[in-house]
Design a protein around this ligand. Sequence first.
Ligand SMILES: Cc1cc2nc3c(=O)[nH]c(=O)nc-3n(C[C@H](O)[C@H](O)[C@H](O)COP(=O)(O)O)c2cc1C
Length: 417
Amino acid sequence: MSEQETILNTSRQREASPDAKDCADAGARLEPVLAGPLAPIRLGDVMVNTPVMLSPMAGVTNWPFRVLCEEYGPDGLYVAEMVTARALVERNPKALRLCRFAPSERIRSLQLYGVNPSIMEQAARFLVDNGMMDHLDLNFGCPVPKVTRRGGGSALPWKTDLFTEIVQRVVAVCEPANIPVTAKIRVGLDHEHETFLEAGRIAQEEGCSAVTLHARTTAEYYGGHSDWCRIGELVSTLDIPVFGNGDIWGAEDAIAMVNETGCAGVAIGRGCQGRPWLFGNIGNAFAGSDVRINPTLGEVGRIIMRHAELLTEFYDGDERMAVHDLRKHVAWYLKGFPVGGSTRRAFMECESLKDVREQVDALDPNIEYPERVVDQPRGRVRFAKKVHLPYGWLDSRTTTHEERERLFGDDPMDASY
Ligand SMILES: Cc1cc2nc3c(=O)[nH]c(=O)nc-3n(C[C@H](O)[C@H](O)[C@H](O)COP(=O)(O)O)c2cc1C
C-alpha cells in the first residue's frame, strides 16, 4: 500500500458476485411481461415519458450517439458523459464541447463530477446562468482508481458530510431555475462499506428528484452480475423514483428488472454500445408491444455512416477526429456479424468520411442481425484489482479539515472512465 492512499482488499468481492442478480427468493422469478405500460417519471418540470435513461458513459454518450439513441426511443432521458466541474469552471474547451446538444434533443441532460462543493456549485451556477441544460445528474458512481483515490465518484458517499454538502449546494443553484438534480450512486465501496441506502436518503432529503443505482460496489467494478436486490431495497427506502442500473442487455432484461425491483425506470449503459436501437426495443416493451428491432448489416452500415457524419459535426468538421472516435463504435456495431478481420481492420484505418463510406458500401446489406449476440452482454466486464482511496478515508464517515485541504488542493481535471 502506498503511504498516500488506502487500498481495500477486493478478493472477497471477487468470489461474492458472479450471479448476484438472483435475490434470495429468486425462485419466484416473474415472467418478463409487465402488468401494464410503465408510467412516466417526473423530474421536477421535466417529464420522462418512457422511463428509460441512457446512462452516462465517458467517451460514448456525446450528442451524436445520444441523437441516434433518441431516434429509436424518442421519449427517454439521454444523459451526456460526465463533465469535470473544475474543467467547466475554467472554461476548458473540451469540457464545453461535452456540454453541447443537438437541436433535436428533447431533454438537455448533463452529468457533473467533482469533489469540491464550492467548485461543484460554481459549475452548476455557470450551467444554470447560461441556460445550458434541462436536467443535471451528479456522478457518485465512478470506480476508476484515479477518481476514487482523490475521494471522487463512488468513494465520495462514504463521507456523508461532503456528499450532503455537494448535493445541497448544487440543488440550491438548480432548484430556483427549475432544473431537476439527480444522483448516480453505487452500492458502496465493497460489501463491508455499503453506502447506497444512506446516500439515497440524503439525496432525497436534499432535494434530488431521482436516484440511479448501479447495483455494484466499487470493488466489483464491472465484474460479475449487478445485484438487483439492492435496487429493490433502495426502492423500498425512498419515495423519489429510482432508476435501476446494471446488466440490461435487452428489453426483456429491462422488464425483469422492473418486475423484480419495483424500480420506476431503468438506466442502460454497455447494453446500447453499438445498439442504439435498444431504446426502441425497451420503449416497445414498456408500452406493452413485443416488436423488437434487430437490424440487418445494411441498416447497421447506414447507422455507422450517420454516426460518422454526426461525429464530424461534433468535432467541428474534423473528419479525422470523428472517424477515430468512431472506431470503438464500429467494433461494437459489427460485433457478431460475419465480417472478416480485413474489413474490421480497414474500418480501424479510416481517416476520412470517404474512407468510412467505402467500407460501409462494401458490407453485405442482406446479412441478418446475428442471433448469438441479440440481447447478450458486451463491453467491459472486469472486477477492480484494488480499490484506491485517499489515505485514512475509511477511518471516519466525515471529512477532517486536513482531508478537505488535501482533496481540494488537487481536484483532477482529467477524471475519466
Ligand atoms: C465506457 C464507460 C464509461 C462510463 N462513463 C460513465 C460516466 O461518465 N458517468 C457515470 O455516471 N457512469 C459512467 N459509466 C457507468 C455506466 O453509466 C453504468 O452505470 C454502468 O456501465 C453499469 O450499467 P450497464 O451494466 O448497463 O453497463 C461508464 C461505463 C462505461 C462502460
